[in-house]
Design a protein around this ligand. Structure first.
Ligand SMILES: *Cc1c(COP(=O)(O)O)cnc(C)c1O
Length: 413
């Protein structure tokens, strides 16, 4: 293992006495703006330091106490973290949560006692990724594409992370030998035409490492498209620099799947980061996990999807929350997801409607779910239900009932 970039920042992360938010702001949130948040919670940090993604990474907030001081004590004291997923949040994203003031973003980042409540149906590796691991870091579940886990590091850890068993264990480093084995695996498997880089968050890596990896993958003739999965534009938009986009655009066709949870994440800075990626010719999709108390209402989800489209991001997947250990407080009933899809389809642009999927426990892959628009068949018609719930028929005769051209000719004779 090699350390790819030592964080040399010496600045203390936070002053000893964080001015506590009192939660009585007239703005709805705790601060009127991110700037007010920065000046209050990180006094002395200039705007240019704040906008340096390396500063954001070096100054991540890593303890629950600080989150509670900043966002207000809403729970009975701080909670000791278990051995599982560590806590980390960028100063920027903590600021977004503070400015928004709602509990939605807070739920995504703050560990709570609920994480210790284990349900027997939950599992460390609910998607059976280990069973489909071809070589370390390569999950090969579908015939023509692989998931390539290139780092276990994220700038901010989502409490519902599907890979909570893996991420945040090794710091900001990767194992080059493991990368090379992964690349060799892909090179040796001509059926792999689509490589999905994930982790961890690949966009937390320095430009030159990512460039090296993409360049290697581009030497493989059968790799048609490369995708990157990332939450960086939402939690660390400062990372999207002109240098990064100039590097990425060398590796087309390149797609990026962004992770968004809530419309409050769509700040001006995040929208600008998406615009820079889109201007580099990168098609952007979004992935959203359906989360209780965060986005489990049609109106919230609609606002998120509309906001994403305005940011030139096409909603791609809505995921039922994976049953990782201690995630019951995040899971909604599946009917909730169906209700949300039903509340979107027909009521708004088709582009705003993601596919609702369950990644089947045990390694079944993503299975799409749709509200029942296909009602059934009545002899030569199929019965369909439209978005308003009204029934329609579509003529779809049995093959034997179709009058063919030949039959017509016979009748004429
Ligand atoms: C989600 C996933 C993919 C990509 O699936 P698409 O439906 O093509 O986006 C590929 N491999 C694994 C293991 C996955 O979990």
């Amino acid at each position: 293992m090699i350390e790819i970039e030592a964080c040399t920042e010496q600045e203390p992360p936070l002053p000893k006495d964080i001015p506590c938010a009192d939660g009585t702001s007239a703005f709805g949130g705790l601060y009127p703006s991110l700037r007010a948040f920065r000046e209050h919670v990180f006094p002395g940090v200039t705007e240019s330091r704040w906008n340096d993604w390396r500063w954001q990474i070096a100054n991540r907030v890593l303890d629950v106490d600080t989150v509670e001081k900043v966002l207000g004590y809403s729970r009975a004291g701080s909670m000791p973290l278990g051995k599982g997923l560590p806590m980390a949040v960028t100063p920027y994203y903590l600021g977004v949560a503070a400015v928004a003031g709602s509990t939605a973003l807070r739920r995504c980042i703050e560990p709570t006692i609920h994480e210790f409540v284990m349900d027997p149906s939950e599992a460390e590796d609910p998607l059976g990724e280990e069973g489909h691991t071809a070589v370390p870091g390569i999950v090969h579940r579908y015939p023509d594409r692989v998931l390539f886990l290139v780092t276990d590091y994220c700038s901010t850890y989502c409490r519902y992370c599907t890979r909570s068993r893996l991420v945040g264990k090794g710091g900001r480093r990767h194992d080059t030998r493991k990368w090379k084995r992964g690349i060799e695996y892909i090179r040796a498997n001509p059926a792999v035409r689509d490589v999905l880089l994930s982790g961890g968050d690949p966009l937390t890596m320095p430009d030159d490492r990512l460039d090296w990896l993409l360049t290697e993958l581009r030497t493989i003739p059968h790799v048609e498209i490369i995708r990157i999965g990332s939450k960086v534009p939402a939690v660390l938009p400062q990372r999207i620099t002109p240098e990064l986009t100039a590097m990425l655009r060398k590796h087309h066709p390149l797609f990026i799947s962004l992770h968004f949870a809530h419309p409050d994440e769509l700040t001006a800075q995040t929208v600008r980061a998406c615009a820079m990626l889109a201007d580099a010719g990168i098609p952007l999709g979004s992935q959203t996990v359906l989360l209780k108390g965060v986005n489990d209402e049609v109106e919230t989800m609609k606002r998120l999807m509309h906001g994403l489209l305005k940011a030139r991001v096409r909603p791609y997947y809505l995921y039922q929350c994976d049953p990782i250990p201690g995630s019951a407080h995040f899971r909604t009933r599946v009917e909730k997801g169906l209700e949300i899809i039903q509340g979107l389809r027909g009521h708004t642009s088709g582009y705003a409607v993601p596919s609702y999927v369950i990644d089947a426990p045990g390694g079944g892959g993503k299975i799409p779910l749709l509200p029942e628009y296909y009602v059934g068949r009545d002899k030569g018609n199929v019965l369909l239900r439209n978005y308003e719930g009204r029934l329609f028929t579509y003529p779809d005769p049995e093959p034997s009932a179709v009058i063919t051209g030949a039959a017509l000719t016979e009748n004429a004779q």
